[in-house]
Design a binder for this molecule. Sequence first.
Ligand SMILES: *Cc1c(COP(=O)(O)O)cnc(C)c1O
Length: 399
Amino acid sequence: MTLTESIVQRAQAVFTPNYRQAPVVLVRGRGSRVWDAEGREYLDAIAGIATCALGHCHPALVETIERQARELWHVSNLFYNPCAVELCEALVKSTSFARRVFLCNSGAESNEAMLKLARKYQADLGHPERNEIVACHNSFHGRTMFALAATGQPKYHHGFEPLVPGVRHVPFGDAGALEAALTDTTAAFLVEPIQGEAGVFPAPAGYLAAARELTREKGALLCFDEVQVGMGRTGKMWGHEWDGVAPDMMSAAKALANGYPMGALLASEEVGRHLTPGSHASTFGGNALGAAVALRSLQLIQEALPDAVRVGARLTARLGALSAGGRVVEVRGRGLLLGVVVKGIDAAAVVGLAREGGLLCNAIGDSVVRLAPALTLTDAEADEAVEKLGAAIAAAPER
Ligand SMILES: *Cc1c(COP(=O)(O)O)cnc(C)c1O
């Protein structure tokens, strides 16, 4: 038995069986490369599902986490720590609208806080009847109960009913449907600037601007889920910057601390001040270790953006030129969040073949291969990813 086989067998004996994991055990990473337990090297074009935006084991982040680990890890929110303060200042500065930040540990938690605060804000304003959340079909917002209820994919709901009441869904990208759904009982509209888990669908031009207008008219809050598209993923720090539209609240996580668990809810002054003492909390939220890593990540991502834009354009263009006998029908996305849409072959088969060829990516549904590599991907690595993906697409059996 190989080391990989033995670890996989032990994992399957003790893990709850909720993940479909590839039979690969990763033991080491550096930049956009990872190595498995058998010593095989891979080009990582999924980067922890859009989390390791600066690549694996970035030397400056290793330095930061080592230094902070010797200084202070965690003291709870009974006390202040300077790392959390600096991080929140930097996050506020990175947006046009946010003045207040709540720190937590994951995407679901940041969305949970955002949805709770939407209700709290309306209730504090004397409108407890304004408690409905409007979200989009095919959206993904996480697995805690309120975030799950907001997630517009019934397959994730099965077995977990009753869901949190007061959530309704509208078709993504349809401003008319949104207008019809916003009423005197709507607390907030929650939307991803690009639907990631649905298969990488950018919001149509003008949709977020229309959502801004409509929510303002109806007295509802506009909430963006930037968990996947934030932190430079699209070539700007925040995905909504492409649309020139500012929300009232926004959630962030995934790449926030480059793979160390961190989440954040960013809010305007008017909304954020309603998360009053005792109303919400997180034991680990804003822990010094995570905050130090997140702060450094934010600075490094800012520096990495110009190169990420260039390499993203190169990757998109070369993937677009991959006709592969009509098997690639579309390349969607923005920056370094890309969905390669295949036809006549199974996306999961492509991903399996790519992995055997030394490229890591993931499949969404039957027909989308998602690439979300590090923003520090080099031109040569981008070309290698296209070559390896092209070979996998060509080798995939017809469906
Ligand atoms: C990944 C993701 C989440 C959930 O984040 P977790 O850290 O897994 O809780 C929420 N929203 C979006 C858009 C995501 O991509």
